[in-house]
Design a protein around this ligand. Sequence first.
Ligand SMILES: Nc1ncnc2c1ncn2[C@@H]1O[C@H](COP(=O)(O)OP(=O)(O)OP(=O)(O)O)[C@@H](O)[C@H]1O
Length: 258
Amino acid sequence: MGFVTVEHVSQRYGDRPILDNVSLEVAEGAFISIVGASGCGKSTFLRLLLDQERPTRGEIRVDGIPLQGEPNRSRGIVFQRYSTFPHMTVRDNLVAAEGLRANLLGILPRSRRKAVRDRADIALERIGLAHVAHQYPATLSGGMQQRLAIAQALAAKPRILLLDEPFGALDPGTRERMHDFLQELRAQTNMTVFMVTHDLSEAFKLGDRVLAFDKVRWDPQFPDAYGATITYDFDARDGGIPYQILKEDTHVLDATGS
Ligand SMILES: Nc1ncnc2c1ncn2[C@@H]1O[C@H](COP(=O)(O)OP(=O)(O)OP(=O)(O)O)[C@@H](O)[C@H]1O
């Protein structure tokens, strides 16, 4: 049994199918890269994994337990645009991420407050942001803001980290450094990671597996008639050899529908 099991999941918005019969088994600690054309439902798939939305059909289980539509701290998410709190300092962003906002209001006893701040300081050292702890996110570079966003997601010690094009807005040099940073974090934890990216080399460099989402059926007259599914599942640690290829052949309908 996989750690994350996705079983025959479909998602529709109104009468529009977005995902169609997606099934997947993922081992704990695996890094799954997700690629696919714009609008094919990659972010929708992450939202389903986050448990922010319920699928129209099918089931997702984590550690054997079906998701119930209630996001919780076992899953953290980082988006392409920095998801930090702009009105808080870098350090308070991490303190707040622990879910201990009460600390900011001075409600916690002094000893607890100190422990939370100490943990935030250790995390800031680890991500190389200790020297800007008292600055506001807007004064940081893109890479620094994204490191803070990742550290924030990690503060709750999620078992599953969801990354939605996390490095898309960064320049190539910063992106490389973020790859190193993410690989270091992975080596230190047993997190299971799902990362959506438009960059194939990034997908293969970081992922253990690379999933390609696409439509297996396509009607040029009605491009929204069918949803996407996983069409390729590459083993990225074995030279990119696909070990599971298309359950069905891609089928293009002509004008007569045949
Ligand atoms: N809550 C919603 N209600 C209706 N339609 C939605 C909703 N969320 C997403 N969609 C539509 O579902 C489709 C898939 O969106 P999604 O963001 O999952 O694609 P994506 O593959 O992540 O795209 P991109 O690579 O451009 O980020 C899009 O056409 C989008 O407009």
